[in-house]
Write a protein that binds this ligand. Structure first.
Ligand code: COA
Length: 195
């Protein structure tokens, strides 16, 4: 896929699994994401400073509408993780970082609500993101970055079969102002196919 071709690429709408659905945020999802973030502020804030942008229901509704617009324009693909009953379990996405659809690469981001953490959910989401990204999306390379102090996140990447490719020293500025190394993980489509 070249840059000229990306205008003909329509981001797929959703990916369904046994336990959850991955899909673009949509207008009207504001209350659901607000409830998930609001119940998880302490858990998320350590590595996700954006939680404070969800101060009110209106903030969250504004956010999902913006995310939907960016998705339709294929600029970035911010996803909700929805339980069968519609509850938001967390979020994920394919994000542009040093290249995007035209280069066949993206970075996967993720968060899981506090009361669902520690049960293997992030690992399952990552495996499904890789499956979706290397089939319905044109990605040849998917990456994951985490702070060197985010052991849970690093473990999720490892369990997803991603390889530690490098350490960017003192790269991440944490919400409290301290600097941490950033660990970069990656997996190529042919490695995923061979698994
Ligand atoms: C990181 C996060 C996504 C993990 O979600 P999760 O559903 O709890 O992850 P899983 O249960 O699939 O796996 C977590 C793994 O990390 C391990 N782990 C959890 N906390 C850990 C810690 N403090 N130190 C070391 N390992 C840890 C778990 O034991 C598990 O590994 P195991 O199966 O080998 O025992 C979740 O904690 C989260 O949303 N954190 C806040 C946002 C965030 O940091 N996102 C990632 C940004 S890069």
């Amino acid at each position: 896929m070249t840059l000229a071709d990306t205008i003909d690429f329509f981001p797929p709408e959703e990916w369904q699994t046994d336990g959850f659905t991955l899909r673009s945020w949509r207008p009207g999802d504001g209350p659901a994401i607000f409830q998930a973030v609001d119940s998880s502020r302490h858990h998320l804030r350590v590595f996700m400073p954006w939680v404070d942008k969800h101060a009110t229901l209106a903030d969250s509704e504004h956010y999902v509408r913006g995310a939907r617009a960016a998705y339709l324009k294929a600029e970035k693909c911010d996803l909700g993780v929805f339980a069968p009953d519609g509850r938001v379990l967390g979020g994920s996405g394919f994000f542009a970082r040093d290249g995007w659809l035209a280069e066949g690469k993206a970075e996967i981001g993720m968060w899981v609500r506090a009361d669902e953490a520690g049960r293997g959910l992030a690992t399952r989401i990552l495996l499904e993101m890789l499956r979706w990204g290397f089939t319905d999306w044109p990605f040849l390379r998917l990456a994951w970055r985490c702070s060197g102090s985010n052991a849970a996140s690093a473990r999720v990447a490892e369990k997803g079969g991603m390889r530690l490719e490098g350490v960017l020293r003192a790269y991440t500025v944490e919400p409290d102002g301290t600097r941490e190394d950033t660990h970069v993980y990656g997996i190529l489509r042919h490695e995923w196919v061979a698994r």
